[in-house]
Design a protein around this ligand. Structure first.
Ligand code: PEP
Ligand code: MG
Length: 420
């Protein structure tokens, strides 16, 4: 099917028609439509200019997401060679299956936790198949975007309880609604904004329309009560410590309404913030005194750090997450969290890429949350890594004037037998 535009919510609708792959004329890997496609395990390729003109409804297509190639009306030889590729991929996947029951700890004994990013119940089902330790980021808006109106308190309670039950005791960190930017809900009135990703979104909507956030928090509390699971909640796009305080107050208010103390009492509530806005980097001391944990949303943090729209394909390769500037940020955050004794997870797309994950671990990060297909390759990397040696190699490089350390990190991996 050829369509003029595609957002994350529409993709969920297309799922009903047995969608097998997505080609976009524009798009970038951290755009939400790409994230939802990965959650649905669909190959997706962006930046195929002129695709709509060249492809007609009914054309046979091969979409090779790994190599970013599209074959339009492929001949039999191409189809046959592609079948071989799929068989080789299945073999590789079988190899990763052998790692499922094994820890992700490094060769020199550093404990690394690999978690999944989820947004649909099917992702949660995949926790045990992938061998992940739990869900590091549950994007609650993805389920909610599938409904025409805001699901009622009972409906949301049922959704979250079902999700917690599916996780079978493994922890889930629920992120409260991150609406805005390219994720819209028909019943939340928004105005056209010049810069929607920096606009009225996420916790900003939550605090301005507290009824929506309070209903969600109440549902999460009830779901935890029903299932006996611990409740871990994080707030997206926190920009000032005062916003975290205000959101936490709403959480405490809903706990009180459910007859529970501020810390959740028997249901053990943890409240954290997402670090996605650079201003928060300069409020770390006050922030870390307040939060139970931090989660670095590197997709947004990098787009704001480099003033570089994550959905704009022209900018996709312009700045590198492995540049000294970006890596210094991660090093700084890891150090401050360790000093304050607060757990920190990286949950942006870079955590699921073996080379990037290697760099994050070298800088002191130990909890990585990613789309579930990333777990096998990242685990293979961590198990072949000597963290002490990598750290010694990396830290002096952080002062380098080079544009990116990607080449050096790749050479390090090759020279030291790290599987990236
Ligand atoms: C992020 O910004 O890195 C993140 C995980 O949140 P999202 O991709 O949903 O904006
Ligand atoms: Mg984000």
């Amino acid at each position: 099917m050829v369509a003029k535009s595609l957002g994350p919510a529409q993709l969920l609708d297309y799922e009903k028609i047995n969608l097998r792959g997505v080609i976009l004329e524009e798009g970038s890997p951290t755009a939400h439509v790409a994230i939802v496609a990965r959650a649905l395990n669909l190959p997706i390729i962006g930046r195929i200019r002129g695709a709509c003109d060249r492809i007609a409804d009914g054309d046979l297509l091969i979409v090779d997401g790994d190599r970013a190639q599209v074959f339009v009306r492929p001949g039999e030889d191409v189809q046959k060679s592609f079948d071989d590729t799929i068989r080789a991929q299945a073999e590789r996947d079988r190899h990763y299956v052998n790692l499922v029951g094994l820890p992700a700890d490094s060769r020199d004994g550093h404990h690394v936790a690999l978690l999944v990013n989820a947004g649909l119940q099917v992702d949660v089902e995949q926790i045990s198949q992938s061998g992940a330790g739990g869900v590091g980021l549950f994007r609650t808006e993805i389920q909610i975007m599938m409904h025409q109106e805001l699901p009622s308190l009972d409906h949301q309670t049922e959704m979250y309880a079902c999700t917690l039950e599916m996780a079978a005791g493994k922890p889930i960190t629920f992120r409260t609604l991150d609406i805005g930017g390219d994720k819209t809900l028909p019943y939340i009135e928004t105005e056209d904004e010049e810069n929607p990703t920096m606009g009225w979104r996420a916790i900003r909507i939550g605090l301005d329309r507290p009824m929506i956030l309070r209903r969600q928090l109440r549902a999460l509390i009830r779901a935890a009560k029903q299932t006996g699971a611990e409740l871990s909640v994080m707030f997206p796009m926190i920009t000032e410590v005062a916003e975290f305080d205000a959101a936490k107050k709403l959480l405490e208010r809903e706990l009180a309404a459910e007859g529970l103390p501020k810390d959740g009492g028997a249901i053990r509530v943890k409240a954290g913030a997402m670090l996605e806005v650079p201003a928060l980097l300069y409020q770390m001391r006050a922030l870390l005194e307040r939060v139970d944990f931090l989660s670095v949303g590197s997709n947004d943090l990098m787009q704001f750090l480099f003033a570089s729209d994550r959905g704009n394909p022209r900018l996709a390769g312009r700045y590198d997450t492995l540049s000294p500037a970006a890596l210094r940020v991660f090093h700084d955050v890891a150090g401050k969290c360790a000093l304050a004794g607060r757990p920190v997870t990286v949950c942006g797309e870079m955590a699921g890429l073996p080379l990037e994950a290697m760099a994050l671990i070298g800088l002191g990060l130990r909890n990585l949350s990613m789309a579930s297909p990333g777990i096998g390759p990242v685990k293979e990397m961590t198990r072949s890594l000597d963290v002490g040696s990598l750290r010694e190699y990396m830290l002096p490089l952080l002062d380098s004037p080079e544009r990116t350390l990607r080449g050096k990190l790749r050479s390090y991996a090759l020279d030291h037998g790290v599987a990236v």
